[in-house]
Design a protein around this ligand. Structure first.
Ligand SMILES: Cc1ncc(COP(=O)(O)O)c(C=O)c1O
Length: 406
């Protein structure tokens, strides 16, 4: 039969990252810097086994295997809110909704706020899941140019976009440990972005799945903590600090927004995984969850250091990057005389996988000289040898006649 699909999904292609992950999971002898995955060592197996055992032996099955409230398990919602208050300086009386991964927070938000043709402004290189969520409702993701040196969107360019487009509904932004760039917006830029959103009366979606994973320096205030007029939807995730398979994330927003997200969620999946919500609640209440997050910071800091040490051994005229202070990724740029096609080909030959810039760009093209490296999944040994291969590929793909027009 010939299927007549909706126009809405006609231009939304399968996620290259998800497809890549499937391939790389099974590929032998591949050093993958492509994943946005936690390390295998990151999962607190013994604690999870103990809590699960407790649920099955001491809990009434109705309290973790039954249907649950769409907003989420009340105790967990309270714990998340307290955590945001204590650890992120987000003090307000807004509530949180538990969602199925922070990806769902974005999906529900676009569903609740955007009509076809509405515009969502995004950093020019960003999380492709968000771009697809925007497209899937017929809204338009529009890139905001970055000022990489300032680790921020270009605020003048943002103002121009806001002035010239009257259908902008929302700014989608990853201000902390950005994916794919690894950058973190300084506080004054966050405040300036918030002020612009206020002036043009636009909602901000602050996506913060990596925020807990700070390895160096002091945390920077969340945009949500600057939110004096309830225009910021703040989303967090337990994928990176517990396990992606829990599919647990959350969103904090003002009541009218949250009520809409709840309606959208009821349509989507009724509620998020109750078993995992109760598991997480037990963990946060009766076990050392913050100790686990500290442990993750320690193992990932070591990997970040190994990667930057290895990158620093490569010729500085061939590759540049900004060292992140946290998160999962380092965004790299190869020099103009490196032919990206030859570079990716050479990497393929030595079984090293990275994410090329075009995959993480809002338009799906350009940025061939940029690539993303993940440092949380590979071991220190893999990092050392994989980055050395990247050095060889850069040399192999460099030729004096090749020069991009910048
Ligand atoms: C910026 C960003 N937002 C959201 C997500 C999705 O996270 P979750 O597993 O909570 O849906 C990711 C995951 O890769 C991400 O990088």
């Amino acid at each position: 039969m010939e299927y007549r699909f909706s126009k809405r999904l006609a231009h939304v292609t399968p996620s290259v990252l998800r497809e890549n992950a499937k391939k790389n999971m099974s590929a032998e002898n591949t050093i993958s810097f492509a994943y946005g995955f936690p390390s295998t060592q990151a999962f607190p197996m013994d604690t999870l086994r103990e809590i699960s055992e407790k649920l099955y032996t001491q809990y009434n099955p109705d309290t973790f295997l039954q249907y649950a409230p769409s907003e989420g398990y009340p105790i967990l919602r309270k714990l998340i809110k307290e955590r945001l208050d204590e650890r992120c300086g987000i003090h307000n009386d807004e509530e949180v909704i538990v969602v199925s991964g922070s990806s769902q927070a974005m999906d529900l938000t676009v569903k609740a706020l955007c009509d076809e043709g509405d515009i969502v402004l995004c950093e020019e290189q960003t999380f492709s899941g968000a771009v697809k969520a925007i497209q899937s409702y017929g809204a338009i993701p529009m890139p905001i140019p970055m000022n990489i040196g300032e680790q921020s969107v270009d605020l003048d360019a943002l103002e121009t976009l806001l002035r010239e487009n009257d259908r902008v509904k929302m700014i989608y932004i990853i201000p902390t440990f950005q994916n794919p760039l690894g950058t973190s917006m300084p506080l004054e830029k966050r405040q300036a972005l918030y002020d612009l959103a206020h002036r043009y009366d636009i909602i901000i979606f602050e996506d913060d799945p990596y925020g807990d994973l700070l390895y160096y320096g002091e945390p920077i205030a969340k945009i949500k903590s600057l939110d004096v007029d309830e225009r910021v939807i703040y989303a967090g995730s337990f994928s990176k600090i517990l396990a992606p398979s829990t599919r647990l994330g959350f969103a904090m927003a003002a009541k009218p927004l949250l009520d809409k997200l709840v309606v959208a969620k009821q349509v989507a999946d009724s509620h998020s995984n109750y078993y995992w919500q109760v598991m997480l609640t037990e963990y946060m209440l009766n076990y050392d969850f913050e100790g686990h997050v500290d442990y993750l910071r320690d193992i990932y800091r070591e990997r970040l250091d190994a990667m930057t040490e290895a990158l620093n051994k490569l010729p500085a005229d061939k590759i540049s990057y900004i060292k992140p202070t946290g998160g999962y990724f380092i965004g790299c740029t190869m020099a103009g005389d490196v032919d990206p096609e030859l570079f990716y080909e050479a990497l393929n030959t030595c079984n090293v996988a990275v994410i090329p810039g075009n995959i993480m760009s809002v338009t799906g093209e350009g940025y061939e000289h940029d690539f993303r490296l993940n440092f949380t999944r590979p071991s220190v040994e893999e990092i050392k040898s994989g980055i050395a291969f990247i050095g060889q590929a850069l040399q192999a793909a460099s030729h004096p006649s090749y020069q991009t027009v910048s």
